[in-house]
Write a protein that binds this ligand. Structure first.
Ligand code: GLU
Length: 511
């Protein structure tokens, strides 16, 4: 039995805000680690200094803190394999690049940008199958496979720029297993001789990633499908170093709602929903992109949405807490096909979490909005209101539209509703109704309902007509929960007052 502890990592490059696809990758890693009682590591891959964006690292940390994904080791936590930021591990990589030169798996290349450009153009014009620096074209280039030892030595000593490239084998079948995709076979001649080490003394992603996964004893690499094309190189690098490679799982892409193409960072607000966990302000342009947190999503709902973006439990259950996800998660149940992001379903998830929350907790959140509107109501009162309207809302920010009339009496009446619902007999009926309300001693929903319905029946009024006019006076429009519930919450005095006001404003309808 393999008793090796499971160790997985999330390895973002701080090139901007984390996209929901990235958070999903981290989530699956986290669930996998917890499900196996293993460790989850946060490593920052910042070797490409040209793409560094200030603030991105803090954004990443804050995003995970918000949605409840926890790491065991990482830039913010330290750990036995520290440092976890690649720029702080710079010294480590050169040694490994040189090791590959010794074993003959890598070589120095001195080609200038102009020469590389000329190569690409030439291969393109020849319509070559592989138009990159590869096992087929490297023979014509300026590298240590072609130059003499002395020439190479003197170039390095005289400070010429060079890179270290991987020597891809020619025409070899590379076979490997992916937990999600099964067996993948690639012919090495279709691949290029990737740069492993750059002239600025920094490793490229490929080298640093492999070296760190090995040194940090990563057992499973779970990442987005966009990294699948790099996998043959990674497998060969493990082989060249003589290391056991981790297991790989490449997750399906997250697609736009219409299924046409990958959901990208730029899609965000253009498609009417956030693609980032938190709001992001681009430090260069000042442009602001919306976030799930600021749009009113609960972190638990956000996690649930992401969990179902590519994974399913194989049952009907759709609402999963983090704890339940940890128990139910397996890579075997992650599909191969891309998964469409469905913004309506996302709202539905939030609604599900909202209606399950205690009224008191929702009231606390709603109070923040009420305070901003200058409304002073007790927590108990707000909790009662929330209990009546939460079924009609997806977000706490929807509450106001559903419940403003609990806090402010209507000052005007929806014109369309008046036209339809304020009838010739309404004035007299509401006058009578006011007196009945005044006489009710036990002002609770059930009792009011019973007394009013008895009166309507006795008088043989149309229940629809009476109730419509009544709602108009209490709410000001045709919206809202069960009218008798509203009355009980706003109380007798307020209910009577609203009828009086309404009668005064609307008056008797003629004809
Ligand atoms: N730094 C890579 C990224 O930004 C990591 C890919 C991987 O997980 O190997 O996604």
């Amino acid at each position: 039995m393999n008793t090796k502890e499971v160790r997985v990592r999330f390895a973002p490059s701080p090139t901007g805000p984390l996209h929901i696809g990235g958070v999903r990758t981290a989530l699956y890693n986290y669930l996998f680690a917890r499900n196996h009682g293993g460790k989850f590591i946060l490593r920052i891959e910042d070797t490409d200094q040209n793409r560094f964006v200030p603030g991105a690292e803090d954004y990443i940390l804050e995003s995970f803190e918000w949605c409840g994904i926890e790491f065991d080791e990482g830039i913010h936590k330290g750990g036995p394999y520290a440092p976890y930021r690649q720029s702080e591990r710079k010294e480590i990589y050169r040694e490994y690049a040189e090791k590959l030169i010794e074993t003959g798996d890598a070589y120095y290349a001195f080609d200038t940008p102009e020469e590389l450009d000329a190569l690409r153009k030439k291969l393109e014009s020849e319509k070559a199958v592989n138009t990159s620096y590869s096992s087929l074209s490297r023979k014509e280039m300026k590298n240590s496979l072609i130059l003499t030892k002395e020439e190479v030595q003197s170039k390095i000593e005289s400070g010429d720029d060079y890179v270290i490239r991987f020597k891809m084998p020619e025409n070899e079948e590379i076979k490997f297993q992916d937990i999600i995709r099964g067996e993948v076979i690639v012919n090495s001649s279709t691949l290029d001789d990737k740069v492993l080490f750059k002239s600025d003394g920094m490793p490229t992603y490929h080298l640093a990633n492999i070296v760190d996964d090995h040194l940090m004893e990563i057992t499973h690499v779970i990442r987005g499908e966009e990294w699948l094309p790099s996998l043959p190189l990674h497998v060969l690098l493990y082989k060249a170093f003589g290391w056991k490679s981790p297991q790989f799982a490449h997750m399906p892409l997250t697609l736009k709602p219409d299924g046409k193409g990958k959901l990208s960072k730029r899609d965000g607000d253009r498609l009417g929903f956030p693609v980032f966990p938190l709001e992001w302000k681009n430090p260069q342009t000042g442009e602001v992109s919306s976030g799930y947190r600021e749009s009113g999503y609960f972190p638990e709902a956000f996690i649930n949405i992401l969990a179902f973006l590519g994974w399913n439990p194989g049952t009907e259950q759709e609402i999963f807490s983090m704890k339940e996800l940890i128990e139910a998660f397996s890579l075997e149940r992650v599909g191969k096909a891309g998964s469409r992001f469905d913004p309506e379903k996302a709202k539905w998830y939030n609604h599900q979490y909202l209606i399950r929350k205690r009224d008191k907790e929702l009231a606390r959140l709603y109070q923040l909005i009420l305070k901003e509107k200058g409304i002073d109501a007790s927590d108990d009162y707000v909790a009662k209101v929330v209990g009546l309207i939460k079924e009609r809302a997806n977000f706490v920010k929807d509450f106001w539209d559903q419940s403003s009339f609990f806090f402010v009496a209507p000052g005007s009446y929806d014109a369309k509703a008046v036209k339809k619902r304020w009838k010739a007999q309404s004035y007299d009926q509401m006058q009578e109704l006011k007196q009945i309300l005044e006489s009710i001693a036990e002002f609770n929903s059930e009792n009011i309902e019973k007394i009013i319905k008895d009166w309507i029946e006795k008088k043989e009024y149309s229940i629809g007509a009476v109730m419509n006019a009544f709602r108009l006076l209490i709410v000001g429009a045709t919206i809202g929960p069960h009218l008798f519930d509203i009355l009980a919450v706003i109380g007798k005095e307020e209910s009577v007052q609203r009828i009086k006001n309404g009668l005064g404003i609307l008056g008797r309808k003629m004809g």
